[in-house]
Design a protein around this ligand. Structure first.
Ligand code: GLY
Length: 579
């Protein structure tokens, strides 16, 4: 059974059981405490806690309420925790996760019975054994799940008990729903994790019982395909076979790493991630640069990158339409990164070889390779390991921190020391050049905020913003998709204000006076008693820490690149500025 049949079978099965099928959310999650989407339940977090209602709250991507307390999805997921294991038989960074979820619709009995029926009856597989939560100081043993398994004919000896480490899941990010799990093993492989979200873990690790318990399950498509297709590794399944064949490298491990990393990179790029030195962009850069070095080391075809990108897109594009939609950008990003790193790589490797002769690479040396030749830290670590060279992460980090301190001081001097820059995570710039881009995007974001109010009305409310040198991302409360004509009008207004070359002025005011004057404030931030109000002509007025351009004419052309849902009732706009 090929992977597409497995996807269909899973979704059809749960549809028949009364579930609404929900599309995968983006790999870039709304939750600011997690970099990437790691699980299917992430987009449903507010439904477990009661912050959103499946029957009345508008779901972002569906554009209407979920319509059921029971849903199923195939979620694009990315986990960095296993990145160094990739290359063995079963670890991956990117994977697809099949999951069924319930927010007060059903609980243990149905969840376990559905899983049993799907695995045993639908797929004809034999369950080797299952595991259940054995209990600890805070949470009691899950006797109920064990009883349900017994009622389905699983023998007592095949019901293993384990503790927090193995049979308790979540939360994602620094807080959220979590709970005991029961896992299903087939042919010795853990294929399905069923979580009973009975608790909410607060950021101080304290557990609180959720008023309505929920179900959250996760089954990796790659592992399922492996057992269904009778293969001994995930890389022999149809999900990887054509990729591995294209790579055609003798070293099996290298072939797997390239296949995993390129596949993951393509999906990240399709969801809007671009290589950079921070956050998700850094993860993408790590994948790409590691792959570039390995390809070079094994003397692979220089066109490999492009070929693999094309292959991934070809294989997945019928199910993940975004890959077809963004094909051109995906290939461009792959090639650009190859060009950037490829040319520095050769010289950087020579420097590395020289340093490696001394069997020790110190913090200053490793930072030099990072800074001048663009080697991600983890790649240096890997290279040092291969060569048996002594290498200290701490020393590298010390050096990095020193340099960041220097550039922060430079930025503060320039912008009067009153900056949200680099400490709120709202703006991200690593050097002077990036800072200029971020500054232009920042002023453009203020214009966007006002233009959104002009066109969509005052019910919209800022929910967050995130600015990198590549783009701005603006989240706001709004209950429906923004129509294409509306986006066009918003874009036009911003460009008009840019053309007017309005001056930006700063006024220091008492917080309450500023709020009274009608300046916009972002409710999530705590403001000091005295604040800076930034006005753009008399068009926009916001409480802000800067930095901003002096006149809007410096911004360049403003372009909205994407409008999408961010979470229930919250929309997200991405935009860029061009010179
Ligand atoms: N949320 C369940 C899992 O990822 O296994």
């Amino acid at each position: 059974m090929i992977s597409q049949e497995l996807r269909n079978k899973f979704l059809d099965f749960f549809k028949k059981k009364g579930h609404v099928i929900v599309p995968s959310s983006s790999l870039l999650p709304d939750d600011p405490s997690v970099l990437l989407t790691t699980a299917g339940m992430q987009q449903f977090k507010p439904y477990y806690t009661g912050d959103a209602d499946p029957l009345t709250s508008i779901h972002g991507t569906l554009g209407k309420p979920l319509g059921s307390k029971n849903v199923a999805s195939i979620q694009k997921s990315f986990r960095t925790s296993d990145i160094n294991e990739v290359g063995d038989e079963s670890h991956l960074t990117f994977f697809e996760m099949l999951g069924n979820f319930s927010f007060g619709g059903y609980f243990k009995k149905e969840a376990i019975e559905y899983a049993y029926e799907f695995i045993v009856k639908e797929l004809g597989l034999k369950i080797d054994y299952v595991s259940v939560f054995g209990g600890d100081r805070d949470v009691p043993e899950d006797k109920e799940s064990a009883e349900i398994w017994k009622s389905l004919g699983i023998k007592e000896k095949d019901i293993h008990k384990a503790g927090r480490e193995d049979n308790f899941w979540g939360p994602t990010g620094n807080q959220g729903p979590c709970g005991p799990t029961t896992e299903i093993y087939v042919k010795g492989v853990e294929i399905w994790n069923i979580v009973f979200n009975e608790h909410f873990q607060h950021s101080n690790k304290k557990l609180e019982k959720l008023s309505i318990p929920g179900v959250d399950t996760g089954m990796g498509l790659e592992r399922l395909a492996m057992v269904v297709q009778g293969k001994s590794t995930i890389f022999e399944t149809d999900l990887f076979a054509s990729l591995i064949e294209k790579i055609n490298v003798e070293d099996v491990r290298v072939g797997r790493i390239l296949a995993d990393h390129l596949r993951g990179a393509v999906f990240l790029i399709a969801d809007g991630v671009r290589p950079s030195n921070v956050e998700a962009g850094y993860i993408l850069r790590r994948l790409l640069r590691r792959a570039i070095r390995l390809a070079k080391l094994h003397k692979l075809d220089v066109k490999l990158y492009e070929m693999l990108g094309e292959e991934v897109i070809k294989f997945y594009k019928n199910y993940y339409l975004e890959l077809a939609e963004h094909k051109k950008e995906i290939i461009e990003v792959l090639l650009l990164e190859q060009e950037k790193f490829g040319s520095a790589l050769e010289r950087g490797l020579k420097e590395f070889e020289k340093m490696a002769q001394h069997k020790v690479i110190g913090g200053r040396e490793s930072f030099y390779l990072y800074q001048s030749y663009g080697f991600p830290f983890e790649l240096l670590e890997e290279m040092a390991r291969e060569k048996g060279v002594n290498f200290s992460k701490e020393e590298f980090e010390k050096e990095l921190a020193k340099h960041q301190e220097i550039s922060r001081a430079g930025v503060e001097k320039k912008f009067g020391g009153h900056g949200l820059i680099m400490d709120t995570g709202e703006l991200k710039a690593g050097n002077e050049q990036e800072l200029q881009k971020v500054t232009r995007l920042h002023t453009a974001t203020h214009l966007l905020n006002q233009a959104l109010h002009d066109i969509l009305g005052d019910e919209i409310e800022q929910r967050g913003s995130d600015i990198t040198p590549e783009r701005t991302r603006f989240d706001f409360k709004f209950n429906r998709k923004v129509a294409a004509e509306e986006l066009k009008k918003i874009e036009e207004i911003v460009n008009k204000k840019i053309k007017e070359d309005l001056p930006i002025t700063i006024t220091k005011m008492k917080l309450e006076d500023a709020l009274k004057s009608g300046a916009r404030a972002f409710f999530k931030l705590k403001y000091p008693p005295e604040v800076n109000v930034y006005s753009i002509g008399d068009y926009s007025k916001e409480l802000c820490g800067g930095p901003h351009v002096q006149r809007t004419g410096e911004i360049g052309r403003f372009k909205i690149t994407k409008e999408e849902s961010s979470s229930a009732g919250v929309r997200r706009i991405r935009a860029v500025v061009e010179p």
